[in-house]
Structure formats: C-alpha cells, structure tokens
Ligand binder design. Structure first.
Ligand SMILES: Cc1cc2nc3c(=O)[nH]c(=O)nc-3n(C[C@H](O)[C@H](O)[C@H](O)COP(=O)(O)OP(=O)(O)OC[C@H]3O[C@@H](n4cnc5c(N)ncnc54)[C@H](O)[C@@H]3O)c2cc1C
Length: 407
C-alpha cells in the first residue's frame, strides 16, 4: 500500500518561505504557500529593484560576525546552506552571480525579476501551490489548525502535517510584512523580542536651503563616527536626514546613544584618506581671488554638498587652513532620532532563539517551524539579510520534511 503524501503549509511567501517550500517539495511533500498579498515575494522584488545584493563574498569569520549576538545560532545555519550554495542555487535558475567592487554578490541580471520568475516556474514544476490574499489570523481553538482571512473577509481553516512560518519583520508594511504575527505568537506564550527598525536612516534638522538643494545627493566615500566606531561609504542626504550603508552600519551605536542621551552627534570625515596635516598643507595654498567654495574645491576637491555641510555645521565657511582641515575631518552632525520602522530596510527583534531548537522548530509547538526575518537576528546591508532568510528557509524546510517523514 502506498504511503499518503505528507502536507506542508508555509505561511508567508517571501524568500525564506519560498526557499522552505522548494526544499520541502524536493523532499516529496505536498506544499501550499499562503500569503496575504496579491502576489508573493514583494519585498524581495523591491530589494532587487536597484540591484539584488544576494549575499557577500567575504570569508566565513567576518561574514558570521555581521550577525552580532545571533552569530552562534546563524553559524550552523550558514554551514548547512552558505553563500556558495546560494550562488549555485541562483546559477541553477539561470542567473550566475558576480562579485561587485565592494565584495557584494549580485545575480547576472542585477535585478530580481528574472531570478524570481525562474524560481516561481521551478516551484510550479515541483507542484508547490501558492495561495495569495490569504492573511494568517492566528490559530483555531484546537491550537494547531491555522485560521486565514480571505479578501472578502471570509475565514478558512488550514491544517498540514507540518507548518512553517516565514512572515518577515515589520519594515515596509505595504509590501506585506507588518509584524501582525507578534500578537498571536505572544498569546501562545512564545517569547518575542520587540521589533525595531534596523538598517534605517536617521533624522537631522537640516536648514531649509540645505534640504531643498541637496536631498537625494550622496556624500561620497565619507567616514562616519559614533561612540568611537567608524563606518565608511556613501551617505545619502535626504530631506529629513541621512541614510545609506555607513549610517545603517552604525545603527546599533546610534540607537544606544539616542537612548542614553536623547541626541547623538555623528562626526563626518569628508576626506577619510587624507590626514588633517595633508589637508592643512593643501588648504594653505589658497589663491587670493578664490571664493571659499572654490578654495575648498581646488585645494582638497570638496564638492558642493560637502562644502554646504561645513556651512550647516558652523553657519559659515571656515576661514583659515587649519580650521578648515580640522572641520573637514570631523563635521559634527546632530541626529535627533531614527526613521520609523516602515522606512527601515530590515527589522531587529523577533522570535527569541530560546524558543526554537537547532532545526528551527518551535519548542512549545512540535511540527511548527520558523524561518527568515521573523527570528531574532539582524545584520547590516551587504547581502547578509537575504542570505540568512534563504539559509534559515533551507534549514527549517529540511527539518520540517524530516519531521513529516516521522524522523
Ligand atoms: C528596500 C529594501 C531593499 C532591500 N535590499 C536588500 C538587499 O539588496 N540584500 C539583502 O540581503 N536584503 C535586502 N533587503 C532585506 C530583505 O528583502 C529581507 O531581509 C527579506 O525579504 C526577508 O525575507 P523573509 O522571507 O524573512 O520576509 P519577507 O520578505 O518580508 O516575506 C514575508 C512574507 O510574509 C507575508 N506575510 C506577512 N504577514 C502575513 C500574514 N499575516 N498572513 C499571510 N502572509 C503574511 C508577506 O506578505 C511576505 O510576502 C531589502 C529590504 C528592503 C525593504
């Protein structure tokens, strides 16, 4: 007599959920993915709009260190499915990857759409069913059956042999993940570290003129310092503050300083590759007829946004070479807070690691697994976010398939 095929319900159709679905379908399970949005993978597609940074090419130790306090739990997950595996997976979908100048890894087409289309076709061929416009609204009274609400407000009940949650964090809620899952999980006694914005811009009260003229213009290759920690890269000026790689990288220090002091001064080094002495020597050769901005441009190559930042800091341009050099090396920018979570690239917090075993199964709910940004880890931008989403999807998917098989 043939054994009945086990069924798996995946709640959430982002990269973590779809990767888990693929893994379980390959293991022979009949998989249904339910997502509240009209189509799956919306955040993944947005992530890939300006360049899908799938993972990073750096070595294992520095890579793992990006996950901070969660590194000891993410380590085995990356062992099971690491950056090379992810790159091979992408190549298998017709998108070989390449390493960009910063070590970041992108698919050949750079954008997410070709990869995502090929992936959906593969999932379809594997028999994975995707049901959209189905919002998970908690458990039914038996504590195991899942309750969904459809587009017309009608409820339906779903129960599989195994359940895998991959509902994401709470950033960019209009793409589907709004953190609405926290309530039902907490009610069930699952410990959840509060969700907070991560990889998010900061608020700066620019003058009207500066905001008007320079919003959308990057401060190129600068170094930002907070609490003695420095991060380099391009920082984008926005109407209400600053965003971009170095701002995100200093997020934890910024938040700590804001929590402790209510305000935080970020020091911006506009010329991190030149010492104050070298800058001072070049600035000392000022031609008499040069205006302040021309002097700064000719002597040390300051562009208009950098020059305007000096104005913002002092209300005037520095007059002498030594004063200018010192200011260029450490322009104080006062930060008043971080942008709200709905503008963040990712979410810190989530289901506490104490609540899941090494197979990412909820300790209090056997047969129920968790993957992706729902778990309590965070990392900077650079491909670490998607890598962890995919890797946890594989690990939880494999374990769920073993569980369904009675292993
Ligand atoms: C603008 C932007 C750019 C980014 N760029 C990059 C990048 O280049 N590289 C990188 O590594 N990371 C990037 N990220 C982060 C990355 O996209 C996320 O970390 C990743 O998508 C998380 O995957 P996930 O599957 O855990 O969650 P999500 O992608 O958020 O997927 C969760 C899914 O669950 C569904 N869902 C939520 N609640 C319910 C519910 N109640 N019922 C049913 N379904 C529900 C959602 O609709 C969604 O489809 C970027 C993020 C943003 C916002």
């Amino acid at each position: 007599m043939s054994r009945a095929v086990s069924t798996a319900t995946v709640v959430g159709g982002g990269p973590a959920g779809l990767m888990a679905a693929e893994t379980m379908a390959r293991a022979g399970l009949a998989v249904t993915v339910l997502d509240r949005m009209p189509s799956p993978g919306r955040k993944f597609l947005l992530a890939g709009h300006g360049g899908l940074n799938l993972t990073h090419s750096e070595g294992r130790a520095p890579f793992l260190a990006r996950y901070g306090s969660a590194a000891d739990r993410i380590g085995p997950v990356l062992e099971a499915f690491g950056p090379d595996d992810l790159r091979a997976w992408s190549a298998g979908l017709g998108e070989p990857t390449f390493v960009g100048s910063s070590g970041r890894v992108f698919p050949q087409a750079f954008r997410a759409i070709p990869l995502f289309r090929a992936w959906l076709a593969r999932l379809d061929a594997l028999g994975v069913t995707i049901r959209t416009r189905q919002r998970w609204a908690g458990w039914a009274d038996d504590g195991r059956t899942l309750r969904f609400v459809g587009p017309d407000g009608t409820s339906s009940l779903v129960r599989g042999d195994v359940t895998l949650f991959a509902l994401g964090g709470a950033s960019w809620p209009r793409l589907g993940s709004d953190g609405g899952w926290v309530g039902p999980f907490v009610e069930r006694g699952v410990a959840v570290t509060p969700l907070r914005a991560a990889n998010v811009g900061v608020r700066v009260a620019w003058s009207g003129t500066f905001a008007e003229r320079f919003a959308g213009i990057p401060l190129k290759t600068v170094a930002l310092t907070v609490r003695g920690r420095t991060a380099r890269g391009d920082a984008m000026v926005t109407r209400t503050g600053l965003e971009g790689g170095p701002v995100y990288a200093l997020g934890a220090d910024l938040r700590r300083e804001l929590d402790d002091e209510g305000r935080c001064v970020v020091l911006v080094d506009l010329r991190p590759d030149l010492s104050a002495d070298v800058l001072g020597a070049r600035l000392a050769l000022r031609r008499e007829r040069d205006s302040g901005p021309t002097w700064l441009r000719r002597a040390i190559g300051l562009d208009p946004v950098s020059t305007a930042l000096l104005w913002e800091a002092r209300g005037r341009l520095p007059a002498g070479a030594r004063e200018a050099a010192a200011l260029v090396k450490a322009v104080p920018v006062e930060v008043h807070g971080t942008m709200p979570i709905d503008r963040a690239i990712s979410t810190a917090g989530g289901i506490a690691w104490s609540q899941v075993d090494e197979a990412l199964m909820l300790r209090g709910l056997p047969g129920t697994f968790v993957a992706g940004e729902m778990l309590d880890w965070q990392a900077p931008t650079g491909g670490y976010l998607l890598q962890a989403a995919f890797s946890t999807g594989v690990v939880a998917g494999r374990a769920a398939a073993r569980w369904a098989a009675g292993g």
